[in-house]
Design a protein around this ligand. Structure first.
Ligand SMILES: [Zn+2]
Length: 300
């Protein structure tokens, strides 16, 4: 399989009326994959949920949440797409969506409703979204046009859910390379069998997008959590003796898997420090809405 390189990742603010997202237009132009980290403007929720609350589990009016989700999808050009939104449980389970038929989507939705913190999508015309208020939103895009949307709170970062998502993509992409070639085929020119690429070589072709999350200076944690991180990721992820840098821990995992530094785009926004645009569980003492990380691929 020849790897078709995708543009290096960039995150820029895009406005669709009053709805604003961080997105990568060059990626969309090259692949049809729309990615977005939403801000909190342009929705219909009020009070602590003001206004584009996408979370259905935070005691906001569910009809308002549905309207907010529909507005976001519509703004991104995916208004008629089915949307998979898992019940997030701070675990490492992933939902793999590899068919777009009604039955397959129903199965995927049921699996998502039982609890998952990542969605891997291999087919066009299906949107996946996870919800956030301080946890780390991650979107991984492969040149194969498969993608993953991942929710990583500190538990998810510590449990390396991002590695699990990368491995799922690598596994799916590797299967492409080793598809049996029909030797008796009389169609087309002879196909040379190629060496399968190493997993890390595949991962080096992926784009990784990291949205807004609680940054180190605001992520005060217990001694126990602090030790858990420094034991696993080394002292580089310690901001000081009581604060952990989740991004540094994530990067360590990504690099170990073969992701290239220049293929990681970080929004470089701390949610606790940016409550005008984002929801922050810590800043709001737990009562707030959720912004989203969302991706889909449109048919060429
Ligand atoms: Zn901060």
């Amino acid at each position: 399989m020849r790897i078709q390189e995708i543009p290096k990742p960039h995150l820029d603010v895009q406005s669709h009326g009053s709805i604003r997202v961080l997105s990568d237009e060059a990626l969309f132009q090259a692949t049809g994959i729309a990615i977005a980290f939403s801000q909190r403007h342009g929705g219909v929720s009020s009070g602590p949920y003001q206004s584009l609350n996408l979370g259905s589990h935070v005691d906001d009016d569910i009809d308002l949440v549905r309207e907010n989700r529909a507005r976001l999808l519509e703004a991104l050009g995916g208004g008629d797409l089915p949307l998979i939104v898992p019940k997030q449980v701070h675990g490492t389970d992933l939902v793999i969506v590899n068919q777009a038929g009604d039955q397959a989507l129903l199965t995927a939705s049921e699996q998502a409703a039982r609890g998952a913190d990542g969605v891997v999508v291999t087919v066009p015309q299906v949107a996946a979204m996870l919800c956030f208020a301080d946890c780390v939103p991650i979107i991984i895009v492969s040149p194969s046009r498969r993608f993953a949307v991942v929710h990583a709170g500190w538990r998810g970062v510590a449990a390396s859910i991002v590695v699990k998502a990368l491995e799922a993509l690598v596994s799916l992409d590797s299967a492409d390379q080793t598809e049996p070639i029909d030797a008796t085929s009389t169609y087309g020119p002879a196909i040379q069998e190629q060496e399968a690429l190493e997993p890390s070589v595949l991962a080096s072709t992926y784009n990784v997008y990291i949205g807004p999350y609680i940054h180190a200076e605001c992520f005060e944690c217990s001694e126990e959590v602090h030790r858990q991180f420094t034991d696993k990721f080394g002292d580089d992820c310690a901001f000081d003796s009581s604060h952990i840098d989740l991004g540094a821990a994530l990067r360590k995992d990504l690099f170990l898997c073969g992701v290239l530094p220049e293929r990681i785009a970080d929004a470089d926004i701390c949610t606790v420090c940016s409550t005008d645009d984002y929801y922050s569980f810590r800043a709001a003492d737990g009562l707030c809405g959720r912004h989203g990380a969302l991706a889909f691929r449109l048919d060429a």
